[in-house]
Ligand binder design. Structure first.
Ligand SMILES: C[S@@+](CC[C@H](N)C(=O)[O-])C[C@H]1O[C@@H](n2cnc3c(N)ncnc32)[C@H](O)[C@@H]1O
Length: 271
């Protein structure tokens, strides 16, 4: 008998990736490998521990939510939400719930900690979402937002000048298509100021970059974007040959680049 899958949930306008394809499997694996260490180091610095109630927004494959669930133990609780929860596995102390952070209700003052990584910068309504997150935290509760600023990310070494230029054109085309959908590709650097404007206190933005060489999961994330965004990259003026070539460049042993800046921003609801 053919097993019918649920239809793919429709993401908000602004979210450029197609959850109905297999692309998110590789995308989320690369995100976890490249960015979980920094995200987790920062979450640990909030003091999250036994008994905390946490919300993970746009949880992807749930790698961060699972770390939180281990941390809060059986007396705590982690709610892992996403518009598409098919890739979040079952896990003790963790509940996965289909939830759209733009429209669906959140409990008032319900959480000790809320975390979101690479979600809000996609959403045109990100500023209004911050108001909702403030209300959903208990007084003194923590928010951690991890987001990119892709305006920085130079090539350091490439097999030749043409390859370096092609990589830069690919990044520029990707940035254009995100912004055309209502995303904000430099939101990482703006996030702390917007959080302060929304009423959060104790702002602590921490930037991080990495050196990328062939095989780095951050670069492999870009390779996965080549497939996931192929049609839209073609619409942005890149040719099929150029997309194939940039894949080879990113996996070339002589290629080295700096990652975009990822900002991990801590903020608290006033006590
Ligand atoms: C770039 S992925 C990041 C996944 C995960 N946070 C990570 O860093 O590994 C963005 C995630 O946000 C989800 N998403 C998009 N729009 C959303 C919305 N309006 N509400 C909740 N989640 C959303 C997507 O389905 C996707 O899982």
């Amino acid at each position: 008998m053919t097993q019918l899958l649920d239809p793919a949930p429709v993401a908000e306008p602004g979210y450029a990736f197609d959850n109905s394809s297999d692309h998110p499997i590789a995308q989320f694996a690369c995100l976890a490998a490249a960015y979980d260490p920094f995200t987790i180091e920062r979450l640990a610095a909030t003091g999250v521990g036994e008994g905390w109630h946490c919300l993970e927004i746009g949880a992807g494959n749930g790698s961060v939510a699972r770390w939180l669930a281990d941390r809060v133990g059986p007396t705590g609780r982690v709610l892992a939400t996403d518009v598409d929860i098919r890739r979040i596995p079952s896990y003790p102390a963790m509940t996965a719930e289909r939830h759209d952070i733009v429209h669906d209700p959140l409990p008032a003052a319900g959480f000790d900690l809320i975390h979101a990584r690479l979600v809000l910068q996609h959403l045109p309504q990100r500023r209004a979402v911050l108001d909702r997150l403030l209300a959903a935290l208990r007084p003194g509760g923590w928010l951690q937002i991890d987001e990119f600023d892709v305006s920085y990310g130079p090539v350091l070494l490439a097999p030749d000048a043409r390859s370096a230029e092609l990589y830069e054109r690919f990044l520029a085309a990707k940035a254009r298509l995100f912004e055309a959908a209502g995303g904000r590709v430099v939101w990482g650097r703006e996030c702390a100021a917007e959080l302060r404007e929304a009423g959060f206190t104790e702002l602590d933005p921490q930037p991080k970059v990495a050196l990328w060489q062939a095989g780095h999961p951050g670069l492999e994330l870009l390779v996965s974007h080549l497939d996931g965004l192929r049609d839209r990259l073609l619409e942005q003026g890149l040719t099929a040959e150029q997309l194939d070539r940039v894949r080879v460049v990113m996996r070339h042993p002589q290629f080295q680049a700096v990652s975009p800046v990822v900002y991990s921003v801590h903020a608290r609801r006033p006590r």
